[in-house]
Design a protein around this ligand. Structure first.
Ligand code: RIB
Length: 306
């Protein structure tokens, strides 16, 4: 790996305490299924991405909200323990966000989130000076869109790169997409963004239809089919890495961090996609979201393996 200036990245998004149960199959409406022991672990898309980026060598600040409760203190402590600045993680009167997660035998999951304090992250909470002083600003959608908009406008004015992970699926106004240098979504989120079913194999065309300006890059993660990116002059595809899948929780978040840090290491979209797929793949090999985020050494080993 060539020497590089450390990437400074700020992440806006949710901090959740994940409550995870392994089940033989995901429960259907009205069904009760018996599962394994409860695993409680730090999660939330924004903070998962922050932890993954820190693990890959970036200097990271988190922007978010927790409650004045035990979960809130634990989540903040956990971020600090991996070197992430929590200066912009403020406490409020709502309970800390919680996610109830089922994981089946194939590692697939179903998640219900109680956003709680995450909904209290307001536009006026955005640390304008800190945002303007970073290299890249990354946001995911479990916090109010108005706050992301405010932060992205500040970033844009300061020449800071903006990356939006359009997760969980939510229709977005055109002006929001215009504020993003990179949009990362999965197949479900892509369909929501374009407002129609996207047949298998039509992802490039759908992603292309969303692109608003020449430099914008649309990235689509395709699960077992890897990922693709569409820019003004190229379509890049990356097959998945072969790993033994245990639990897919947080894999999308690891992809986002891998893509962002990989892009910094090497300006090309192809290498960034490789980093994203490698990080996402590795995150599926262990249970939980933040406990499963790979380190740089592990990622480099996978990248060099094939
Ligand atoms: O992307 C996985 C995350 O989604 C979980 O950690 C959970 O908290 C939900 O936000």
């Amino acid at each position: 790996m060539p020497p590089f200036a450390q990437l400074r990245a700020a992440f806006i998004g949710a901090l959740n305490m994940d409550q995870i149960v392994r089940v033989p199959q995901l429960p259907r409406p009205g069904e009760t299924v018996l599962g394994g022991d409860l695993l409680r672990a730090p999660g939330g898309k924004g903070s998962n991405q922050a932890v993954a980026a820190a693990g890959l060598g970036a200097s990271v600040a988190m922007i978010g909200r927790v409650g004045r409760d035990a979960f809130g203190r634990e989540l903040s402590r956990s971020l600090r323990s991996v070197g992430i600045s929590t200066r912009w993680v403020r406490a409020c009167e709502r309970p800390t966000g919680t996610a109830l997660i089922f994981v089946d035998q194939r590692g697939e999951n179903a998640i219900a989130v109680s956003p709680g304090a995450n909904e209290q992250l307001l536009p006026e909470d955005m640390p304008r000076r800190a945002i303007a002083a970073t290299d890249v600003l990354v946001a995911a959608l479990e916090v109010p869109l108005a706050s992301i908009e405010e932060a992205f406008r500040v970033a844009r004015a300061a020449g800071v790169r903006t990356v939006l992970n359009a997760a969980p699926a939510q229709a977005l106004p055109g002006w929001m997409l215009e504020l993003c240098d990179v949009v990362i979504c999965n197949e479900t989120e892509l369909a929501t963004l374009v407002g129609r079913v996207v047949p298998l194999g039509s992802e490039v065309e759908a992603a292309r239809s969303l692109r608003g300006f020449a430099e914008q890059v649309m990235v689509v993660t395709l699960g077992e089919r890897g990922a693709l990116a569409v820019s003004h002059d190229a379509v890049v595809e990356q097959p998945p890495f072969a790993v033994r899948v245990v639990d897919t929780v947080g894999a999308g978040d690891a992809f986002v961090a891998g893509f962002v840090v990989g892009r910094w290491f090497d300006a090309g979209i192809g290498p960034a996609l490789r980093w994203g797929c490698a990080a996402g793949g590795l995150a599926t090999t262990r249970p939980g979201a933040q406990p499963s985020m790979p380190g740089l050494g592990q990622l480099e080993a996978l990248l060099n393996s094939g």
